[in-house]
Design a protein around this ligand. Structure first.
Ligand SMILES: [Zn+2]
Length: 218
């Protein structure tokens, strides 16, 4: 398999612009990748330190399976190794990572539970393979770290333990999701961001009550 790098790079830049406009990739936060080739593994990767509202297709880098840049002297995103890990574990064709307000809030609020249970919403049907709103989606939460090799190991362990998940949260950090294609990965981020915001806003309306506890009784 070999995909067209310029085409993927344009798609990634367009997604970054759209996500930035929605407040999910503010400043230089978040990152994007897409598989150019499987054997040997080559990914189109967003660069480090570039404003995601201004990201251009010609700024994307080509990286190898060690997350090292092949074509450029610029630096790929710090979290490139996590993208490589997800591609290897899931056979994903694209990986997208957002830092939204709601995914950050819920990644902390549910950290003690180890993840967020999402069930009963029609929007769940936007996740690949989900046929009914009665589906229960588990979104694991992994403790954040600046040590990327060790975080990549945690990601691999989590994905092996939870084979059916469509994404995961890094605590107080952000959301990772993926898909067979860039379009599917984008759809999964949109669905998960919608669901997290819906749950977060619901909790807010209810006065911050989680798991049926009473706000007033504290
Ligand atoms: Zn991040």
């Amino acid at each position: 398999m070999s995909n067209d790098f310029p085409e993927l790079a344009s798609g990634m830049a367009a997604i970054a612009k759209g996500f930035h406009a929605r407040g999910w990739l503010l400043g230089t936060s978040g990152n994007l990748s897409a598989v150019v080739q499987r054997e040997p593994l080559r990914l189109a990767m967003s660069p480090s330190g570039v404003d995601k509202g201004e990201l251009r297709p010609d700024q994307m880098l080509l990286i190898d399976e060690q997350a090292q840049p092949l074509s450029d002297s610029r630096k790929p995103s710090d979290e490139s190794l996590l993208h490589v890990q997800i591609v290897k574990e899931r056979g994903a064709g694209a990986v997208l990572h957002t830092h939204s307000v709601w995914n950050t809030i819920l990644s902390e609020l549910y950290a003690a539970d180890g993840g967020v249970t999402i069930s009963g919403f029609e929007m769940l049907k936007g996740l690949q393979g989900v046929q009914t709103h009665e589906h229960t989606e588990w979104l694991p939460i992994i403790d954040n770290s600046q040590d990327m090799p060790s975080l990549a190991v945690s990601v691999a362990e989590t994905l092996n333990e939870h084979k059916a998940v469509h994404g995961f949260l890094l605590r107080r950090h952000g959301l990772y999701s993926w898909g067979e294609t860039l379009a599917q990965a984008k759809r999964h981020v949109e669905i998960l961001e919608f669901l997290l915001e819906t749950m977060g806003r619901t909790l807010h309306i209810q006065g911050g009550v989680k798991h049926g506890g009473s706000h007033d009784s504290q």
